[in-house]
Design a protein around this ligand. Structure first.
Ligand code: ATR
Length: 279
């Protein structure tokens, strides 16, 4: 019997997840499907109710704007989904709807792949932004043992609030002071959508960065954001956002289809070609 999974969002046409899971299904010869389903927010509770009872889908991914609703409406949120108040991966088990959030794990796995051993040299990280992506990455970094997190956000109160929920490792810094904070960081992460196609670039002066500083972006369209280009021009270590997209997909695929897939250069190339053809 064909095992079916989905990605739901509103809109969802832009999602590249079908390309990733479609590649893995073909590669492993699995009789499965992964489809886009556009669900308006008002219809989302019914969609989840059908998911629980109809047995059509093994599970799926949830993207904007449904991540918080998926958390509230699922029966068994994982510990990390609880911490984030957001779910990006759902599966049905014995009639119960389980929810997890793999964004932080995806970010860490992407760093592991791009800069092996990065965590041994990362004492201080600077996060730009204080939204959902920042929260997921911040928890991931603390779990990995990063001892100090600086959070700079245009609206300082949001950085302050996030830092307070994270604990003693985290501290808010003024948006105006972000360039100085770069000089203290071993890892700098843009967690905002700035630098994405159609958005202004993230304005961040990297002059103070020490040699070897890792600069990571969660934006992957374009792959080389102005921030990453500036980092590379200074000889810093640049990590693009495609790795996070690919690695956050791994746990879901394993849940639904029973095989742990790999993020390979071949898969990266497929995504790159798609981004270049449909930026
Ligand atoms: P997500 O959940 O995807 O992280 P979000 O909660 O909307 O999205 O957060 C977006 C982040 O980008 C926020 O940190 C936001 O800053 P504010 O909290 O001040 O809104 C940041 N952001 C968006 N546009 C920005 C801009 N032009 N300059 C600086 N930061 C910006």
């Amino acid at each position: 019997m064909t095992v079916r999974a989905f990605v739901t969002g509103h809109p969802v046409a832009h999602s590249r997840s079908p390309l990733i899971h479609g590649h893995w299904l073909a590669r492993h010869g699995i009789d499965g499907s992964y489809e886009r389903i556009d669900v308006a927010p008002a219809d989302f509770p019914d969609f989840l109710a059908r998911l629980r009872t109809q047995g059509v889908f093994a599970g799926g991914n949830v993207t904007i704007p449904h991540k918080e609703a998926a958390f509230r409406l699922c029966d068994e949120p994982s510990d990390r989904a609880r911490r984030l108040g957001a779910v990006n991966t759902l599966w049905v088990e014995n009639g119960r709807l389980h929810g997890d959030n793999t964004d932080g794990e995806g970010f860490l796995a992407s760093l592991d792949a791009a800069v092996p051993g990065w965590d041994a040299n990362t004492k201080t990280a600077l996060l730009l932004g204080a939204g959902g992506a920042s929260r997921a990455i911040a928890h991931g970094l603390i779990d990995r043992g990063v001892g100090r997190l600086l959070i700079a956000n245009r609206t300082r109160e949001r950085a302050q609030a996030l830092a307070e929920t994270l604990g003693p490792e985290a501290q808010a810094v003024d948006w105006q002071a972000r360039a100085e904070a770069v000089g203290e960081a071993d890892l700098v992460v843009n967690t905002t959508a700035l630098g994405m196609k159609g958005q202004p670039p993230l304005a961040l002066d990297l002059t103070a960065a020490r040699p070897g500083t890792i600069v990571a972006d969660i934006v992957y369209v374009p792959l080389e954001t102005p921030l990453l280009a500036a980092a590379r021009a200074r000889g810093l270590v640049a990590v693009d956002g495609l790795g996070m997209l690919l690695h956050q997909a791994v746990p879901g695929f394993e849940r639904w289809f029973g095989v742990r897939p790999s993020v390979t250069p071949e898969l990266r190339a497929i995504l790159l070609a798609d981004i270049e053809g449909r930026p």
